[in-house]
Each structure stands twice: as C-alpha cells, then as structure tokens.
Ligand binder design. Structure first.
Ligand SMILES: [Zn+2]
Length: 313
C-alpha cells in the first residue's frame, strides 16, 4: 500500500477532490468547476491537471500515490464503465481507463451514491461494519448497498436504487424517473413537502404548518418536535413508507446497519426513531437486529469512498 490516494467526486456543477492518506485521513480537499461544455469532454483532463498541481504543491512523487478513485453521478459498472451521465453530458465510456491513461495511475470508478456508502462504511456512520445499506434522503432518494465490503453495482450499474422501489400502486403523480409510486416521491425532501401539502389541503385541525408560506421538510420536523400533532402524523407516515421499504430491502440483503444521510437526515433522532419502529414491525424476524445510524461524513462521504475503492488494488 502506497501512502497517498486521491478521491474525486464528480458532480454536475463542481468536482470535489480530496488528498488522503491511505489510512483514511483526509489531508486536504478542494473543488474545481465541472465543465460540461462539449459533452463534458474536458472534465477528466481538468481533474488530472488539478491532481498533478496538488502533487507538485505538496511535493508528492508519482510512486507515493496508490491511485485515483472517481465517483460519477450516473450508473457505473464494476469495471468503471459509465452508462450515460445526463448532467455531465457523458455517453458510454470507461472512465477508469481514460483517466488511468491520462494520469498513469490506477483508477477505480463507481456511482456517486455507491461510493458515498463505501465512504460511510470506511470512516463514517457505518464504520466497523461490512454489510451496510446507505440511504440518502436529499432532493431525491439515493441508495448504496454494500455486501461483505463490496458495492452491489448490478448488471447495468443500477444496484441500490432504493429511491425507485414502488411503494404505492395508487399514485397518480409521476416520479422523476417516469414511474409512479416510487419511494422518492414520499421520502425525499421534495416528497415530504409534496405529501404535507396534499394533507394540509384537507386538514381541519390547527397546525403551525398552515401559517408557513414556503413549507420545507425541516419545517415539518421542527413542528413535530415542538408537539404539532398534524406535523407528527406526517412524520409517522414518512416513517411507515421508509420503514416498510427498508424492511423489504433487509429481506434481500440482510444488512448489519442502515446508514441514513442527506439533508433530510439533519432532522436527527425523530427520523431514525419512526423509521426504525416501522422497520421492526415489518421486516423478517432474522433481520430485526439491524442497526440504524446517522451518516457522519456529509458531502465528503463520496471522496472517502472513492479512496476506499483503492484499498484492495
Ligand atoms: Zn422513480
């Protein structure tokens, strides 16, 4: 094992880059702009230039670098082939191979949600476990499934797409993916607000939520914590939907721990409690000892996971 590794989390507007020691210590991190012009043709070259610049600045030689791990916002197969990244403009090509040729370093690539799961397993909320399901509740609902320390990427890189598990056959609104009734439509920040607005439209009881002009998921959790009964019912409903979806996931992969992250997870124990309760009520008896933990690495989880992928090279 060499001393250093680079983790690169490529997003639609910026690329987060971290210089790590291979023991998991983040030494420095910075961002560069993601240039999506010409179908993102210069993105990997920009990343390579940034890494070379950092090595020069820190006086790191090539033979001290274990490699580069890359997280990509789209499906990636186990060999590092990207199957279309709409918000980068990328089509189908092997990211690991292209960046490897450009830099001369070994490169591993993975889907951003999956590498975030690896990061949380390595140095975050899932530390000490090797069977981990990471659930990211943000604008959408992302997932990453790790079995025996390895990401389940699946045949089309779509393994762990927990957000698009169908949870309601009756739904008439359409999910971002084109289907109807996906978990994401109920458990993402936007989904929580969508459900709240629907409920409030016919709610006759007093609730502080009615006085808010722009309702957010945080408002709903805050009101529930303050004892607002209507808000608490909305949180309970969320716990039911999320807890039952995770109960089904547990029957497939039987994880040791569910790590909950993303903006919505800032709600804290109230979210964990309702989810865990509903999970316990619904899952198979032998899956009931699964733990629930908060993610701890925030938006750095992806960078950590990118470097974790380099450990077994
Ligand atoms: Zn969907």
């Amino acid at each position: 094992m060499k001393k250093y590794g680079f983790g690169v989390d490529i997003g639609g507007t910026t690329c987060k880059i971290g210089l790590f020691e291979m023991n998991g210590t983040l030494l420095s991190d910075w961002e560069i702009k993601t240039n999506t012009e010409n179908n993102g043709a210069s993105i990997l070259d920009d990343v390579a230039t940034a890494i070379e610049g950092k090595m020069k600045e820190e006086g790191i030689s090539k033979d001290e670098v274990q490699g580069i791990g890359v997280g990509v916002p789209g499906p990636v197969t186990a060999d590092g082939t990207v199957l279309k990244c709409v918000n980068l403009g990328w089509g189908v090509f092997n990211v690991a191979e292209v960046l490897g040729k450009r830099t001369g370093f070994p490169v591993k690539a993975g889907n951003d949600a999956n590498v975030a799961a690896l990061g949380e397993m390595w140095q975050g909320g899932g530390k000490g476990y090797s069977d981990v399901v990471m659930v990211t509740l943000g604008t959408g609902v992302g997932g990453g499934i790790i079995v025996n320390g390895k990401i389940i990427a699946g045949s089309n890189g779509a393994g762990g797409e927990i957000g698009h598990i169908m949870v309601n056959e009756e739904e008439t609104d359409v999910c971002g993916c084109g289907k109807k009734g996906c978990l994401e439509q109920y458990a993402s920040a936007t989904g929580i607000v969508r459900m709240a607005k629907k409920a409030l439209a016919t709610e006759s009881r007093e609730t502080t939520l009615k006085s808010l002009s722009e309702l957010t998921a945080k408002d709903i959790f805050d009101a529930a914590k303050a004892g607002d009964a209507v808000a608490m019912e909305l949180v309970e409903k969320l716990g039911e939907v999320l807890g039952s979806a995770l109960a089904a996931v547990a029957c497939v992969v039987n994880p040791e721990v569910f790590v909950i992250g993303g903006g919505v997870s800032k709600a804290g124990t109230i979210l964990i409690d309702v989810t865990e309760k509903n999970f316990m009520d619904r899952t198979f008896h032998a899956c009931r000892n699964a733990k629930f933990a908060m993610a701890t690495l925030g938006n750095q989880a992806g960078m950590y996971g990118c470097v974790q992928m380099l450990l077994d090279m």
